[in-house]
Design a protein around this ligand. Structure first.
Ligand code: URA
Length: 441
């Protein structure tokens, strides 16, 4: 087999066999296929696509490129949740505690921030003493004992994806459904959970900009998971604005804790409820959506989700004081309002740019080795559809550097559109995709 011939075949939209896809993935992972040939192949996939069988074969080949985790030491049906990436998305923190409090084991592998999107591991490190570098044994022990543990992704999980993703990032081949679906699902399948719930983000802060594309991506991932024998479902959620009000590592953890105390923003709670219901159904503890909804709300009302979060933090070395008194989190030195230059309604938010504001304040990585400032970020005061008067704060910038504050304010103002027109009701959840079909809301 020759890589040249396979690139040629895909260039003309021909279907590749399982053996051909294995040849490409294995050859590239081992270093036998050079970056320039792989780049040409990835671009051909972007332009000509892959059918369901090819996409599934690509996913399985990437899954098998490294270690696959065996979670059989954990009792019960293990449910994993994955978001395709967004701004202000702290769902994993609060949702995991709510679901674990309902008795479903949450054994989660999470990542660090990427580009304008934040990462769960970075966020959790804003809790003093907290460590995600725990051993596999400790991870299993914690999930069996308290039903919840989060650790960093091991280096050997789907190494083909790591290499291919880095190449896609610099060859304009990220926003392609078969490539995104195989990238995410190869890691999820290698992580060993029995059931997978996907949060597919759609809008100005997401890879998928339209509902049709988001549904196509969700449907592809649900089909791959189902074919691989995992109970897989997805919700399509709004990323036309940040989720909740907080963007930035410690600010997001505080918001997640506040949600567990019953004081969270409405859209964050809606996101947690939609995903949580699928997790409880996938985990076999709720018979239907209504049953699951009642159980999840109960964990907030009776404080069991907050208690679960505290147990989880303590088991991974974090300080409990931070959970019960969020004033303990390190604060940024300056809090500066971003004042609206005009009166009107917030009609558009360029959400990835809001993520970039947090990044330039020091809350994200400019390079792989950047050290991030966990205390900086933004708290939004106005979101889509809100009425705003000239001079009223749109947001508050939390910063440790006045020059960076100035740059962030400028960028923030360019990301917000204020107009005379009132925007209709803003939805949080657009659709649900399961193996039985697609429901639009
Ligand atoms: N997240 C991933 O892990 N892979 C993609 O391709 C896109 C988002």
């Amino acid at each position: 087999m020759r890589m040249y011939d396979l690139i040629y075949k895909k260039k003309y939209g021909e279907k590749l066999s399982k053996e051909e896809i294995d040849f490409i993935v294995q050859g590239y992972t081992k270093g036998d296929i050079p970056d320039y040939q792989m780049s040409a192949f990835l671009m051909a996939v972007c332009l000509k696509g892959m059918d369901m069988e090819e996409t599934t074969n690509l996913t399985l080949s990437m899954r098998d490129s490294g270690e696959t985790l065996d979670l059989s030491k954990i009792h019960g049906i293990k449910v994993d949740k994955h978001s395709t990436g967004g701004v202000g998305d702290k769902t994993s923190l609060c949702l995991s505690a709510m679901v674990a409090a309902c008795g479903v084991p949450v054994a989660k592998m999470s990542g660090r921030g990427l580009g304008h999107t934040g990462g769960t591991i970075d966020k959790l490190e804003s809790i003093k003493g907290f460590s995600t570098s725990i051993s596999g044994e400790q991870f299993f022990e914690n999930v069996n004992r308290i039903k919840m543990a989060i650790m960093g992704q091991t280096a050997d999980l789907a190494p083909a994806d790591k290499k291919i993703y880095a190449l896609r990032d610099v060859t304009a081949t990220v926003d392609c459904i078969p490539l995104i679906a195989s990238s995410i699902m190869s890691k999820k399948l290698a992580s060993g959970a029995d059931a997978i719930v996907l949060d597919v983000k759609m809008g100005s802060g997401a890879f998928m900009k339209t509902l049709d594309d988001a549904i196509a991506l969700a449907d592809t991932m649900v089909k791959i998971g189902t074919m691989a024998g995992k109970h897989t479902s997805a919700v399509i959620t709004n990323m036309d604005q940040p989720l909740g009000l907080a963007v930035g590592n410690s600010l997001e953890v505080i918001e997640a804790i506040n949600l567990l105390k019953g004081q969270g923003p409405k859209d964050l709670l809606e996101d947690c409820m939609a995903l949580g219901c699928l997790m409880l159904i996938g985990g076999g503890v709720a018979k239907d959506h209504d049953d699951a909804e009642k159980m999840l709300l109960q964990t907030i009302e009776d404080g069991s989700a907050l208690k679960k979060f505290a147990e989880f933090v303590e088991a991974q070395g974090g300080s409990l004081e931070f959970i019960y008194d969020t004033d303990k989190f390190e604060k940024a030195q300056y809090v500066e309002p971003v004042l609206s230059p005009v009166s009107g309604y917030v009609s558009h938010i360029q959400t990835d740019e809001i993520g970039m504001c947090s990044l330039i304040l020091g809350g994200g990585r400019e390079t792989k080795d950047s050290v991030i400032d966990l205390s900086v970020g933004l708290i939004l005061n106005k979101k889509l559809g809100d009425k705003v008067e000239k001079g009223e704060p749109l947001a508050y910038i939390h910063s440790n550097d006045q020059a960076k504050t100035k740059a962030a304010i400028e960028r923030f103002l360019n990301a917000y559109t204020i107009s005379d027109n009132f925007t209709d009701e803003v939805k949080t959840i657009y659709a649900k995709v399961t193996s039985s079909g697609i429901i639009k809301f």
